[in-house]
Design a protein around this ligand. Structure first.
Ligand SMILES: Cc1cc2nc3c(=O)[nH]c(=O)nc-3n(C[C@H](O)[C@H](O)[C@H](O)COP(=O)(O)OP(=O)(O)OC[C@H]3O[C@@H](n4cnc5c(N)ncnc54)[C@H](O)[C@@H]3O)c2cc1C
Ligand SMILES: NC(=O)c1ccc[n+]([C@@H]2O[C@H](COP(=O)([O-])OP(=O)(O)OC[C@H]3O[C@@H](n4cnc5c(N)ncnc54)[C@H](O)[C@@H]3O)[C@@H](O)[C@H]2O)c1
Length: 447
């Protein structure tokens, strides 16, 4: 064979498919479902849930805007869409056929590297003359909390597979997964309590993002506890009890653990190719090379656990394997969106990251409710634009866009940061009236 791709999630499927289409002999190995976390337990089903939760929220905004609406949430259509439309009842036949139709050779099983260019799956061994692509993704981190192991806690997987919702839900972790699922479930009537160990939710993002998220979730009845950690968990058969570090106790019918992700590197045989088997992530150079004739793409690299990062890194690795050249990996304008309502998008540095990196920081800010479009929109208009400029270079190094279309507004800001568009040019740009993105112009003017 030319290439063996280990793990056919988002990154591996993209790399393996493109290499096969280019005429290489490619073995793609997957032990669970081709497509990985994103289509079966991640982005797609959770965004279907969020779409449903947002529909409920919009209907609840009708009084005062457009008459009366009676809203009766029902999880059944959401579960049905996830089962039938998103996941084919967690069956990957379509994805496997898509790969083999491109000429790839599919192997179901757990792969282990047994030496340079050599990969074993069950009792078969493959030798790859051009090399190996590692794309094994991440799995939910389960913190070592007294009593947690052995209880029927949920990770994102059980939450996505749920046919019915609990009456009460405890959520451990106020990051992207915890907040997105909390917001949806609260809108469907679940009483949700989030337990976040650090001082604020979305702690890697701007403080304004954390405040906006906290207010939005609180408005839908979510109770958010910050600066407390779970010390002990017990399950009675019907409900969970969690003892917190401040001595208080919370209970819930279900417990969702959303405390981050860990790269799947266990048992992969990294030591046989000179890589550290105990590493948290697989470091690479800017062509996604982790070692001689070894590439790593996707969550496993630690560059950002997002589908768009996996696709981007797969593209860089594929071009390198095919000797096509083109741009090297550049991570200075990484976009991310947390799909609560309002959506919170960000690209590049936060203000703190920019200051820590020694940038001579200038901050611009505008509030969405104060913009014309925010005023017109009325209920549900919460959000803001924050831009971080490098005074010396006269360019943006980061930005946050929160709002009803926060993820969409991010597009313009992502281009500005990536292409280092001069702030002077951005300020001279005509932003259409009355759009939400016109608030970008307001934020730039306040620099
Ligand atoms: C709840 C949730 C919501 C998310 N929402 C978003 C979102 O809205 N937007 C976004 O950009 N990202 C989102 N993500 C992140 C996104 O799902 C991941 O970044 C993406 O799936 C990473 O792709 P990957 O190929 O690196 O890894 P994965 O999708 O994890 O795929 C890795 C594959 O490798 C296989 N594998 C592992 N080890 C082996 C082995 N030894 N042999 C054979 N196969 C192996 C696994 O079975 C798996 O299928 C979300 C994640 C979660 C959990
Ligand atoms: N919209 C999206 O693009 C999207 C959605 C979901 C997930 N994702 C990806 O998946 C990744 C994982 O999501 P996540 O929410 O699990 O992780 P995360 O790292 O985003 O957040 C985990 C949170 O849990 C907290 N925490 C950790 N241990 C704790 C403990 N013992 N008690 C209480 N709090 C604790 C952390 O302080 C942190 O705030 C994200 O970082 C993102 O890359 C992306």
């Amino acid at each position: 064979m030319d290439v063996v791709v280990v793990g056919l999630g988002v990154g591996g499927e993209e790399a393996a498919g493109r290499l096969a289409e280019a005429g290489l002999n490619v073995v793609g190995v997957e032990h669970t479902l081709v497509g990985g976390e994103c289509p079966y337990w991640g982005c797609i089903p959770t965004k279907m849930m969020i779409r449903a939760g947002n529909a409920l929220a919009e209907a609840r905004r009708i009084p005062g805007l457009a008459g009366n609406a009676q809203v009766q949430p029902d999880w059944a259509p959401v579960a049905r869409r996830i089962r039938d439309e998103a996941t084919d009842t967690w069956d990957d036949k379509v994805a496997v056929d898509r790969f083999t139709a491109k000429g790839g050779h599919f192997v179901r099983g757990r792969a282990a590297i047994v030496g340079p260019g050599r990969v074993r799956v069950n009792d078969q061994e493959w030798t790859a003359s051009r090399g190996i692509v590692i794309a094994t993704g991440t799995t939910a981190v389960i913190p070592p909390i007294d009593g947690l192991a052995g209880t029927p806690y949920w990770t994102n997987r059980e939450a996505v597979e749920a046919e019915t919702l609990p009456a009460t839900l405890l959520v451990l972790g106020g990051g992207a997964i915890g907040l997105e699922l909390s917001h949806v479930m609260a809108r469907f009537g679940v009483q949700v309590t989030v337990i976040e160990g650090s001082a604020r939710v979305l702690s890697m993002e701007e403080p304004e993002s954390s405040a906006t998220a906290t207010a939005a979730l609180a408005a839908d009845g979510v109770k958010i506890l910050t600066g407390v950690r779970a010390q002990r968990v017990s399950h009675s058969g019907a409900s969970f009890t969690v003892v917190l570090s401040d001595g208080s106790t919370v209970t819930g019918e279900r417990l969702l653990v959303a405390t981050g992700r860990a790269a799947r590197l266990d048992g992969l045989g990294l030591d046989t190719i000179g890589l550290d088997p105990a590493a948290r992530f697989l470091g690479t150079d800017d062509r996604m090379r982790a070692a001689d004739k070894v590439w790593a793409v996707g969550d496993v690299t630690g560059n950002g656990a997002f589908t768009h990062m996996a696709m981007y890194e797969a593209d860089v690795a594929v071009r390198d394997i095919l000797g096509q050249g083109g741009p090297a990996a550049d991570f200075h304008a990484k976009p991310r969106v947390t799909f609560i309502d309002p959506e919170i998008g960000a690209v590049g540095y936060t203000e703190k990251q920019a200051r820590d990196a020694g940038v001579d920081v200038q901050v611009g800010y505008s509030s969405l409710p104060s913009s014309s479009r925010g005023f017109i929109h009325g209920p549900g208009n919460e959000g803001f634009i924050k831009v971080i400029a490098d005074r010396g270079r006269g360019v943006l190094v980061g930005a946050t866009s929160a709002g009803p279309s926060g993820g969409e507004m991010l597009g313009a800001l992502a281009v500005a940061v990536k292409a280092e568009v001069p702030v002077a040019t951005l300020k001279a740009t005509i932003w259409a009236y009355p759009t939400f993105h016109r608030a970008i112009g307001d934020a730039l003017r306040s620099l």
